[in-house]
Design a protein around this ligand. Structure first.
Ligand SMILES: Nc1ncnc2c1ncn2[C@@H]1O[C@H](COP(=O)(O)OP(=O)(O)OP(=O)(O)O)[C@@H](O)[C@H]1O
Ligand SMILES: N[C@@H](CCO)C(=O)O
Length: 293
């Protein structure tokens, strides 16, 4: 059985804890019944031996498996990870969503995507990463009465994402601590109006509006001060022709959207300017979490 879950970019500027989009980079796990428990790891995290013993996936999988099953089978878990850890590309959401989906699938229990999303909410209480991780596409989401309420929009193929991934991680937990405790009414209105405009721009495919609509006063500047070079990345990406360029999730990755015709040139310019960062183009994912039995 194979489960795959895409990377995500959350916030998208002003949509703090609300907006997110799925990318065509994924974490996959293949699970096979086996005499003994064992773990193999390829790709991101494979140089971290602790992940073989103390792995968030295994602990969430076991929580669900032990609840769903009376049997006590052992499994071999083979991880193929493309989502870098603690870089603002939703690695924790990918792990949470894939672990829950795997526990249900291995027991042959059907798990509708909306239920998967609401189960994931217990592990990540803001819905901006888990919603696109489960559903794919661009999503606007909120939590009401312990349920995720969301609207999804598929992304067109003629737009691409360009990601700039620094070599230094930023943990979401630590990054949230750098944010102000309170915001002024002016800043609240600023973000509310920009986030609404950004959502409307995605829904109506008014891509030229993204540059203005993606401006934010809630979180980016506070977080980017930890890695001031990110201000340069944002400036360079917009100057090179990106439609929008925002801190991805809690950082450290920078996420830009561009027309396919411009993406190669923007990627090249960013690679030349920031040779010490990983820069590449990726498509958007419109499917989300996938289980192949
Ligand atoms: N492949 C993985 N296997 C096991 N645990 C992982 C894996 N990837 C991420 N994690 C867990 O998730 C944590 C990273 O979560 P964190 O929320 O800080 O970053 P992120 O999800 O990548 O970023 P963001 O939420 O800003 O998009 C890691 O410290 C680790 O505990
Ligand atoms: N909305 C979250 C995304 C990262 O999980 C944040 O900015 O902290």
């Amino acid at each position: 059985m194979r489960v795959s879950v895409p990377a995500t970019s959350a916030n998208m500027g002003p949509g703090f804890d609300t907006l997110g989009i799925a990318l065509k980079m994924k974490n996959q796990v293949v699970i096979k019944p086996s005499k003994f428990h064992s773990v193999s790891l390829k790709g991101e995290g494979s140089n971290n031996p602790a992940l073989k013993d103390n792995n968030m996936f295994i602990s969430i999988f076991n929580d669900f498996y032990h609840n769903l099953s009376t049997k006590r089978r052992n499994f071999r878990f083979e991880f193929f990870n493309e989502v870098p850890m603690s870089r603002g590309l939703g690695s924790s959401s990918a792990v949470i969503v894939s672990a829950i989906a795997s526990a249900y699938a291995i027991e042959g229990i059907d798990l509708p995507k909306k239920k998967l999303l609401n189960l994931a909410l217990a592990y990540e209480n803001h819905p901006d990463n888990i919603t696109p991780a489960v559903m794919g596409g661009f999503n606007v989401a909120t939590v009401q009465d312990n349920e995720v309420k969301f609207i999804k929009k598929d992304m067109p193929k003629y737009l691409k994402a360009i990601v700039v991934i620094p070599n230094r991680p930023i943990s979401t937990h630590m990054s949230r601590k750098t944010l102000p405790y309170k915001y002024s009414k002016d800043d609240a209105v600023y973000n509310l109006s920009h986030s609404s405009l950004l959502t409307a721009a995605f829904m109506t495919e008014n891509w030229e509006m993204l540059r203005v609509a993606s401006l934010d006063k809630f979180h980016q500047k506070y977080r980017m001060k930890q890695m001031p070079e990110l201000f340069e990345v944002q400036k360079a990406s917009l100057k090179a022709g990106s439609l929008m360029s925002t801190l991805s999730g809690s950082g450290s990755t920078f996420f830009s959207i561009a027309h396919a015709d411009d993406a190669k040139r923007i990627e090249k310019e960013l690679r030349v300017k920031f040779p010490h960062f990983r820069v590449f183009i990726t498509d958007f994912d419109n499917y989300g979490a996938r289980v192949d039995k």
